[in-house]
Design a protein around this ligand. Structure first.
Ligand code: CAA
Length: 292
């Protein structure tokens, strides 16, 4: 065990194996970050189809050859042994760190933890990739809330260095130190933040994105809003960012923020209508823009 910069008197546990539950866009990105740093990773989900899609997504990403700009079969073969896809909780629970990356629903997340926690090793830590739900709220019902924290990645995981490490009320210093050290090992730049709806980044980002939709409601064009944000220095405009994040994810995250800060975040009517129409962003090849 190595001492790392974390809370005073805390000790990081070494992470040799990881598991990610939820083989969607974020789960795939997190799993790929592990594979690239040669940490064996188990990718769990509830159906064979979701797992097959997830494994395919991870392999496509890690086998990308920067020179040819195409997936490379030799790289795929090289990385494949590091990735295990499974529907079996017991396999997931063998890892030193388990990262939950399922949909934004507190009850579903807690139900998953209730199944997984009794099977975890004594030193293992459990993390949530939630983008907005307070960690202390998700920790209700856990036997070992001290070994639970937030580990929030950003989309696209491959290109976003930042990871928020979120300290719940009962999270131990050792768990925080372990999550910080692990995030560095997989090539990320962790920051430790306090608990609360939206943590740090989404407290700032979601009101900004939502305000862009309110501008559209007042008659601004998508092009004008995105162009203005880009000219201001943003890497992409807020409307394209909705397509990148996923409108379904943004809708759930927006609800949490509205409930927490009703005076500050007025939900736009555009988002539920787009989700209803199946236009949920780049992952569906259609959102505010078309990606076919
Ligand atoms: N492996 C390695 N390289 C790859 C690759 C792979 N699998 N796939 C593609 N690449 C390469 C491309 O070939 C390209 O290479 P060259 O530059 O040499 O041609 C390179 O990666 C860059 O590709 P892009 O054109 O996609 O990159 P870009 O410069 O346009 O930047 C971006 C894209 C980083 C996403 C940038 O637009 C950005 O930062 N956007 C903002 C994203 C953001 O704010 N995310 C946070 C959202 S909030 C959230 O995540 C969830 C939440 O909590 C609500």
């Amino acid at each position: 065990n190595k001492k790392v910069s974390g809370p005073p008197d805390s000790e990081a546990r070494e992470i040799q194996t990881a598991a990610v539950v939820g083989a969607g866009v974020m789960g795939q990105g997190i799993a790929a970050a592990n594979v690239k740093r040669r940490i064996p990773v188990t990718l769990g989900d509830t159906s064979a189809e979701a797992i097959a899609r997830g494994v395919q997504g991870v392999i496509t990403e890690v086998s990308y050859n920067k020179e040819t700009k195409k997936p490379d079969a030799q790289r795929a073969l090289d990385f494949l042994p590091l990735l295990n896809g499974t529907e079996n909780d017991a396999e997931v629970a063998q890892a030193d760190i388990v990262i939950e990356a399922i949909y934004e629903n507190a009850e579903a997340k807690r139900a998953l933890y209730a199944k997984l926690e009794p099977q975890l090793g004594e030193q293992a830590i459990l993390c949530s990739n939630t983008s907005t739900i307070p960690i202390t709220e998700l920790a209700h019902g856990l036997e070992h809330p001290e070994r639970f924290c937030g580990l929030h990645f950003f989309n696209p995981v491959r290109q976003m260095p930042l990871v928020e490490v979120i300290r719940g009320k009962q999270t131990s210093g050792d768990t925080i130190a372990t999550a910080v050290a692990y995030a560095k090992v997989i090539g990320k730049s962790p920051i430790v933040v306090q608990d609360g709806p939206g943590f740090l980044v989404n407290r700032v980002l979601l009101p900004y994105m939502n305000e862009a939709l309110l501008l559209l409601e007042s008659g601004a064009s998508i092009k004008a809003v995105d162009k203005a944000a880009k000219s201001f220095g943003m890497p992409m405009g807020p409307i394209e960012l909705y397509d990148t994040v996923g409108l379904d994810i943004a809708l759930h995250a927006g609800k949490v923020m509205h409930e927490a800060f009703p005076d500050r975040v007025v939900p736009s009517k555009i988002l539920p209508a787009m989700v209803e129409a199946g236009r949920i962003g780049k992952k569906a090849d259609k959102g505010f823009f078309d990606y076919m």
